[in-house]
Design a protein around this ligand. Structure first.
Ligand SMILES: Nc1ncnc2c1ncn2[C@@H]1O[C@H](COP(=O)(O)OP(=O)(O)OP(=O)(O)O)[C@@H](O)[C@H]1O
Length: 344
């Protein structure tokens, strides 16, 4: 099912929660909505589900205008952060619920229903837990049952609102891989809300980055990393360092630093140079020199905090694992491998 949102606006009183938003989701795509708290992600899902109505604009399911479709006709599967399972029903009956609630003419026979629920229990790898009540399941298992329940009605679109938000980090990672596998098996058009960039980048075909009710950028994880269009996107996608300066001609300058800009820019004047801790390499042929403030060896990662100069402030460096950490107070030379300048 292809989804097309055109010119969507949504206010809550004076508050403009979704602003002139256009978005097209391809059939079978897994799309992540990524953004800080309050950026409008959940509101967007609720508008698609029909749980809220836009002030302006249209939502199309395929070529059908959603405003003409009842909630049931939209056939949307929804999974929320807090597993809304029925506490008095076991896992099997929770999954079966949506099928039993269908009008008589569409309701499957008991034998078909059992077959379908068994299949879904297998899909979420909980066949052995069919007769456990929600209270007898872990948080991760409950979310898998919630996912199976949403899939039971054979939704045209699957909407997931921070489905793993309440789970611990290990379970989150396992479940996101499982969700990707299930998505690849079922091919259902899926929108997934998260404020965790790793989750979005690992899971999604494309990521929609939102801020203040607007889309800042849409792209594949690879394209967003390669070409973030704004400081907001750059900084939202991972740890970053900033250096204040100016764009002058085709270079960024700050004090004695002059970095050529690889992409031609018409923007001249005050700017910031952004670069990631992993974009710095210790070297004698240095672009930058910094004083080491802290150095820590973490599992699989060495980080160094350093000060460029009093005005430029502190930066973080991802130190190569095969090199000894520098001494606190020592001066190190750093080359910048990649960076991007944004006008301010
Ligand atoms: N029913 C409502 N009434 C009033 N304001 C609302 C309502 N629903 C959402 N808002 C406001 O709209 C803004 C966007 O909310 P939304 O839940 O869509 O954000 P979000 O990006 O999903 O955030 P989070 O990651 O915290 O869930 C917030 O400022 C929120 O307070």
């Amino acid at each position: 099912m292809q989804l097309t949102l055109t010119g969507i606006d949504k206010h809550f009183g004076q508050f403009h929660a979704v602003r002139h938003l256009d978005l097209s989701v391809q059939s079978g795509e897994l799309l992540a909505l990524l953004g800080p708290s309050g950026s409008g992600k959940s509101t967007l899902l609720r508008l698609i589900a029909g749980l809220a109505v836009p002030d302006r604009g249209s939502i199309h399911f395929g070529d059908r205008d959603a405003s003409t479709l009842s909630l049931a006709a939209r056939r949307v599967g929804f999974v929320f952060q807090h597993y809304a399972l029925f506490p008095h029903l076991d896992a099997f009956e929770n999954i079966a619920f949506g099928l039993r609630a269908k009008p008589r003419s569409e309701r499957p026979s008991e034998a078909d229903l059992r077959k379908r629920v068994e299949h879904l229990l297998g899909l979420v790898q909980l066949k052995t837990h069919a007769h456990h009540l929600p209270a007898q399941l872990s948080g991760g298992q409950r979310q898998r049952i919630a996912l199976a329940r949403a899939l039971a009605i054979e939704p045209s679109v699957l909407l997931l609102d921070e489905p793993f938000g309440a789970l611990d980090a290990r379970v989150r990672v396992d479940l996101r891989r499982e969700l990707r596998r299930i998505h690849d098996d079922t091919g259902i058009t899926t929108l997934f809300v998260t404020h965790d960039q790793d989750e979005a980048m690992e899971l999604a075909d494309r990521v929609v980055i939102m801020d203040h009710g607007r889309i800042e950028q849409v792209g594949t994880p690879e394209a967003l990393h390669r070409d973030p269009r704004s400081r907001f996107v750059y900084e939202f996608l991972g740890p970053s360092n900033r250096l204040a300066g100016r764009i002058h001609g085709q270079a960024f300058t700050s004090g004695w630093l002059l970095q050529p800009l690889p992409v031609r820019t018409a923007n001249q004047g005050p700017a910031e140079l952004l670069f990631r801790p992993s974009d710095l390499v210790p070297t004698d042929a240095a672009h930058l020199e910094a004083e080491v403030l802290h150095a820590r060896a973490l599992p699989g990662r060495h980080t160094v905090q350093a000060r460029l100069s009093a005005e430029a402030g502190e930066i973080e460096v991802q130190w190569p694992l095969d090199q000894a950490l520098p001494a606190i107070g020592s001066r190190v030379g750093l080359a910048l491998r990649q960076y991007q300048a944004f006008p301010v």
